[in-house]
Design a protein around this ligand. Structure first.
Ligand SMILES: CC(C)(COP(=O)(O)OP(=O)(O)OC[C@H]1O[C@@H](n2cnc3c(N)ncnc32)[C@H](O)[C@@H]1OP(=O)(O)O)[C@@H](O)C(=O)NCCC(=O)NCCS
Length: 449
């Protein structure tokens, strides 16, 4: 055997780690919405390269763009103030002609960038077909609270069959913030609405928005993941979102996006991503790393995850007893479980506990321990344990823990697939080593949060 050492190659390791995601994303539809500011930013060349790359590995891409900054700038040249009400422009004839011109320029710029293929660039040899067209039918937004929005429209229909056939043929479909009416008029439509309606009509797997700021939770921490229900609890029900209203809002403001994200989730889009628009790697990090990027909003696909209460002890015992008997889980007496019940979260379906997990947080440690993760055999393989694990990791991260640890006798590979690495008993802090059960001989896994 050669004793030559080759050193580590981060790029190669990253590529290997990303390969499951490459397979997972092939054939999936991503609708991405960009604010007008991104089209003018330094991020655009990287983003268009990344989109070409994504198209080449088989993602079906629909790119929606806004042009608010460009239109505000043009109107300011003629000293015409922009009139934005609740995130929508009041579009008079001058604003409409400015929007049509700005849309043409933005579209040409994007098409040119997506056509690049010079040698020695990330786009070398790439040949991406980009198509735009009359895919959005709009109707007048109308008069609201006495304000006539004139040429502002709302989406009536997205011609999804036409878009699907272009995606089938490998095209990237570009959707500007315009819609056409059955009477032949042009309407100004928000990019948020176009992207949401397109994602729903296309049954997209993902809808992503580039945003200036991510939403925050009750403790003012950035929200990394939330269900549509949680978003509503935090910000109010659709149509009455409680956020500061500001005439100067960008074309992709949270005030516009969050209710649309909830609508998308309720109408079959499984994942809505909010990505920070000043992070050039946000999109690829979201798609190709386990921890993702930004904020993920998901439909509540199954039963709700909730903290366990003392009345759940019986249900948890029923779930874990066979696993304790086989040695898969540590044996816990009813009394021990009752004492620890505040550490547990459960998934309940029709009054039955179908999955559970526990989180042990010690004040003097930077490592949180996750334990007793189990799904009832009838409900396995649908992502429930994954959802519980993510939930507990988030909780630990929120409480400023830096690592998550688990001890397992049978399920190490399940955790390795979720970003955990094996560590030796010697790496355990002395206090935890003291309570380590030598007879069980569990393997120890850890992940950085
Ligand atoms: C491991 C367990 C919690 C997973 O629950 P689940 O709700 O089915 O999990 P998910 O749906 O999120 O993940 C299922 C995937 O994990 C895989 N998986 C299940 N057990 C595994 C194991 N021991 N090792 C590796 N992968 C495993 C499944 O094959 C499935 O893969 P797929 O998505 O490619 O089909 C569940 O099988 C269980 O309760 N096992 C017994 C208890 C246990 O071992 N707990 C861990 C204690 S440390």
């Amino acid at each position: 055997m050669s004793n030559q050492t080759y050193g580590t190659d981060e790029a190669i390791n990253w590529f290997r780690a990303a390969s499951p995601y490459i397979n997972a994303h092939r054939g999936k539809t991503l609708v991405l919405a960009l604010p007008g500011s991104t089209l003018k930013s330094d991020l655009l060349p990287t983003l268009t390269h990344d989109l070409t790359l994504l198209s080449h590995i088989g993602l079906r891409l629909v790119l929606c763009f806004g042009i608010r900054d460009q239109v505000d700038h043009e109107l300011a040249q003629t000293r015409t103030p922009s009139h934005i009400v609740d995130g929508r422009r009041v579009t008079d004839s001058l604003a409409l002609s400015t929007i049509i011109a700005a849309t043409g320029l933005a579209r040409n710029d994007l098409e040119a960038r997506l056509s690049m293929g010079l040698p020695n660039t990330p786009m070398a040899g790439a040949r991406l077909a980009v198509t735009s067209g009359n895919f959005v039918t709009a109707q007048p937004f109308g008069i609201h609270e006495g304000i006539d929005f004139q040429h502002t429209g709302s989406v009536r229909e997205v011609h999804h069959q036409a878009i699907q056939s272009l995606l089938d043929a490998g095209h990237l479909v570009l959707l500007p913030p315009l819609g056409y009416s059955l009477t032949g008029e042009v309407f100004n439509v928000t990019v948020t609405e176009v992207a949401t309606a397109a994602a729903i009509a296309l049954k997209a797997d993902k809808l992503a928005f580039l945003v200036d700021a991510l939403p925050r939770d009750e403790d003012d921490s950035v929200l990394r993941q939330a269900s549509a229900n949680r978003i509503e609890r935090l910000y109010g029900a659709a149509g009455e979102f409680h956020m500061a209203k500001d005439d100067a809002t960008p074309d992709l403001s949270l005030e516009q996006i969050l209710p649309n994200a909830v609508t998308a989730c309720r109408n079959g889009v499984e994942r809505v991503h909010l990505l920070q628009n000043d992070d050039p790697n946000a999109l690829l990090r979201e798609l190709f790393t386990r921890d993702g990027s930004g904020t993920l909003i998901t439909a509540e696909r199954w039963e709700h995850i909730r903290p366990a209460t003392i009345s759940d002890v019986g249900g948890i015992i029923e779930l874990i007893t066979p696993l304790q008997a086989s040695g898969t889980l540590v044996s816990r007496s009813r009394e021990a479980l009752e004492l620890d019940i505040d550490r547990f979260v459960v998934s309940e379906r029709d009054g039955t506990i179908v999955a559970c997990a526990a989180l042990y947080l010690e004040d003097d440690s930077s490592t949180a321990e996750i334990a007793c993760i189990a799904t009832h055999p009838d409900y396995r393989g649908q992502g429930r344990a994954d959802q519980l694990l993510t939930h507990l990791e988030q909780e630990a991260r929120r409480r400023a823990f830096r690592y998550a640890r688990i001890l397992s006798t049978h399920t190490g590979h399940w955790f390795i697939a979720r970003g955990y690495s094996e560590m030796s008993l010697d790496d355990l802090p002395a206090s935890r080593r003291a309570s380590y059960n030598q007879a069980r001989n569990s393997k120890i896994y850890q992940k950085s949060l």
